[in-house]
Design a protein around this ligand. Sequence first.
Ligand SMILES: Cc1ncc(C[n+]2csc(CCOP(=O)(O)OP(=O)(O)O)c2C)c(N)n1
Length: 597
Amino acid sequence: MAKPTVADYLLERLRDWGVDKVFAFPGDGINGTLAAWGRAGDNPMFIQSRHEEMSAFEAVGYAKFTGRFGVCMATSGPGAIHLLNGLYDAKLDHVPVVAIVGQTSRSAMGGSYQQEVDLLTLFKDVASEYVQMVTVPEQLPNVLDRAIRVALAERAPTAIIIPSDVQELEYSPPTHAFKMVPSSLGVDWPAASPDGDALARAADVLNAGRKVAILAGSGARGARAELEQVAELLGAGVAKALLGKDVLSDELPYVTGSIGLLGTRPSYELMTDCDTLLTVGSSFPYTQFLPEFDQARAVQIDIDGKYIGMRYPYEVNLVGDAAATLRALIPHLNRKDDRGWRETIEANVTRWWQVMDAEAMVDADPVNPMRLFYELSPRLPENAIVTADSGSSANWYARQLKFRGDMRGSLSGNLATMGPGVPYGIGAKFGNPDRPVIVFAGDGAMQMNGMAELITIKHYWQQWADPRLVIAVLHNNDLNQVTWELRAMEGSPKFTESQALPDVDFAGFAASLGLQAITVTSPGDIGAAWDRALAADRPTLLDVHTDPNVPPIPPHATFEQMKDAAEAMLKGDPDRWGVIREGVKTKVQEFLPHKDS
Ligand SMILES: Cc1ncc(C[n+]2csc(CCOP(=O)(O)OP(=O)(O)O)c2C)c(N)n1
């Protein structure tokens, strides 16, 4: 039998690390590896996308929704370039992803050869934590193992470049010799928590406050019980950063929901009225949504010393695992006997959900997008995974959806790139084939790449134990989020040439692929459409004809942003009448008295 090649060993080492799926697209820069894949009986499984950027997003989605690291692979030159946006998504949201790419043969390197791109330079920024080229077989285990360990340690993308001829060399391991770097598999992390003195200082700040606000981010995932206990002791409200939407249930009466531009009114009030802030596992970037600088004393808990202490003048910065640190902190905390602050928060939250329900029921032409999310909330299976693309759906995802149980949710939080919705859904399904997955995507994102990736769904869905993957398209023939940003931020009217989208029959296309396709043009049909999608024996595309004139403007910025929007109308926005009508109808819900308020 032929001796194993570098590529054979690469796949073996990935298997040894427990990698069972690689999101990839072929090309001759990785032909040696593809040949080895054939010999390996497709283990790990090669998951073929339509575009390398999708492979990278799929690896990010897989990592986000499994807690493991994702692996993507592409050929040299154009394939490697296509990976970039997905890898930046991983970088900005702190997700461990390892990219493996080919390169031209060593004999051609530096010769302006076909498809030769300086890949070390190309990946230098996105994979700044670790990018290396393998030029001899003995390097491989160490470079691969380090790429994986660094990705995990830094929660970042890393990259390995393997020239095509190196992939085909006979593998030879590092020896016990000078200038050889052997390596090992696996890694166990400590649950780091700070020392007693630091905990006591943090507790002093938190015990001294009367009105405590907690901001929880994705770093608080896994600390649910501890967060609930701390919130209970301190009589605090908890606001959630966008990427931390699934860290605490929205059914808890003191959870105020999302914060920031996509946030809720009770989160805004929590921050404007508190006297103490505890931030756990979040580097939420928008300082203006945190308390005024001299208003609150503040403590931060974060696993990463590189990111702690930013965004607010914190008094105590505790580096540590969220759950372990909160557990260590709890014995130092005094229960607050005055529950008045907590009662105010709970009243604000109750009223907020009434407002949300009322806003969702406002008539629109034809479908109010909020109604789509409102109808889903109570129908969401306890183990659902939900994602949304970057666009107006991110607003409704953040504000309208109520998470509970073991639901998971994420989106492109920091890069806020268009396009990850459908591939995140695919990555989520491959990581959790037994869980239902729901994707919200705008028609712009579907036209950009989501439609092509429906073909990937057609290709693989029968392999998923639970075949339910629902793609809900907000079909508004508009790049709506930016249209609103133009209106609200720039005071500028809709520029039709840049904003209007050509009409596409999304349901027709999905049906042609053998997926269940449902078109919704009336709000009364949404509930039944969700029921059918969530009971289906295959993936479903919901083509929902939504009204682009329902404003995703956040509730607290009402006056400035509404004024700018009104000015845009006066400057001749082609949709001005509909916008004013829907905007006013929706806003009015926030000021109407509601039951129990
Ligand atoms: C790759 C990329 N290009 C452009 C943008 C700017 N952008 C953000 S949201 C958006 C509009 C999205 O439109 P669509 O997908 O139709 O969703 P809608 O807002 O209409 O619901 C655009 C152009 C971006 N975030 N990412």
